[in-house]
Design a protein around this ligand. Structure first.
Ligand SMILES: [Zn+2]
Length: 343
């Protein structure tokens, strides 16, 4: 059998219904372990300290968002083949394997709405209710895995949840900074994002149940939902668009310290969320083209969406739309609007 770590993605897709624990060593300095499908941890033998980080890279939380999945799969292979000397504890997560298998965003429901930082969960194999949807079962499993991973008291905790967007974007790569409940935004993290080619930052202003908000809120991780461009099928991504991202992730994993651009020199555009528009009626309609790019802006007063008894209009000049999707379930978010913000 070929070793699963040379193509952990294919291995995970093939074996997720009958998973057996995988573990082993790379040289003398790194252990790896996987006890649930599509989740793999590398643990260097160094002692955790202020210099070592605890890094989670997740991808495929939406099954059809393939570019980040290919990036993570390649990083795993490079660590396994000692092309990257893994200095920190790193966990890779392929989020929704059954959805990847059918090239869909999800099977039963949106996995990235099921991570509740206030729910009881811990690092133990609790029984998960079998009546749950495929995604609910997976969310429970992933929350347990994260609880088991973020155990070192020292060193920064980092979680980048990597996605691609359904529609094109005027700002191709962007990151959502989860709501920090008044804590200060971390400039080093924004510098890192900028050097990855992610120059648009969206500051969330409310608690939510996304994976990145979960790890930020519950474990104090530096977390982001990172959108890397438009969705394409496996093998159809132009990987040259991710060169900077790849390089920065390799440095993050393989070095104790590395330099980033100075904050003042980063070409960052920062937005803050103004309206979170939920669909509450079946007749919810968006009043712009289906393929209008993310971050397209509107004039104050322009109609953005409507449903029975309600109209949603731009409240500011140049208010822009992000993540519009009229096809969500009732009660879920159908549109965000954002306005420029000075950090
Ligand atoms: Zn996504």
């Amino acid at each position: 059998m070929t070793t699963p770590l040379n193509d952990f993605l294919s291995f995970s897709l093939e074996h997720y219904t009958n998973w057996h624990e995988i573990s082993g060593n790379i040289g003398t300095s790194i252990r790896y372990n996987s006890d649930v499908p599509g989740v793999l941890t590398f643990m260097p033998n160094n002692t955790p300290s202020a210099h070592t980080k605890q890094i989670i890279l997740s991808c495929g939380v939406h099954g059809n968002e393939t570019a980040p999945i290919e990036i993570c799969n390649a990083l795993i292979k490079q660590i396994y083949n000692q092309e990257i000397d893994c200095k920190h504890k790193v966990m890779f997560i392929f989020g929704n394997l059954p959805a990847m298998k059918i090239a869909k965003r999800f099977v039963d429901e949106n996995l990235n709405r099921l991570f509740d930082p206030n729910a009881e969960n811990s690092c133990s194999h609790q029984q998960i209710d079998e009546a749950y949807s495929i995604e609910k079962v997976r969310a429970e499993e992933l929350m347990q895995q994260v609880a088991c991973f973020f155990t070192d008291a020292e060193g920064d905790r980092i979680h980048y949840d990597l996605h691609t967007a359904i529609r094109p974007s005027k700002n191709e790569k962007f990151a959502v900074y989860p709501y920090l409940h008044g804590k200060t935004y971390c400039k080093e993290q924004l510098q890192f994002m900028s050097d990855c080619g992610v120059n648009t930052i969206l500051l969330s202003q409310s608690p939510t149940t996304t994976f990145s908000y979960f790890s930020s809120r519950k474990y104090g991780a530096h977390s982001f939902t990172v959108e890397l461009g438009k969705v394409y099928p496996f093998g159809k991504n132009d990987m040259s668009k991710f060169t900077d991202m790849n390089l920065m992730l390799k440095q993050l994993i393989g070095m104790y310290e590395f330099s980033t651009s100075c904050f003042e020199d980063c070409p960052l555009e920062v937005f803050t969320v103004n309206q979170v528009i939920n669909k509450t009626k079946d007749d919810f309609t968006l009043h712009f083209d289906d393929d209008l790019a993310n971050f397209s802006s509107f004039q104050r007063g322009q109609l953005l969406a409507s449903e029975q008894g309600k109209e949603f209009r731009a409240e500011y000049e140049d208010e822009a739309i992000v993540f519009p999707n009229a096809n969500v379930a009732l009660g879920q978010r159908a549109l965000l609007t954002v306005v420029p913000y000075a950090l």
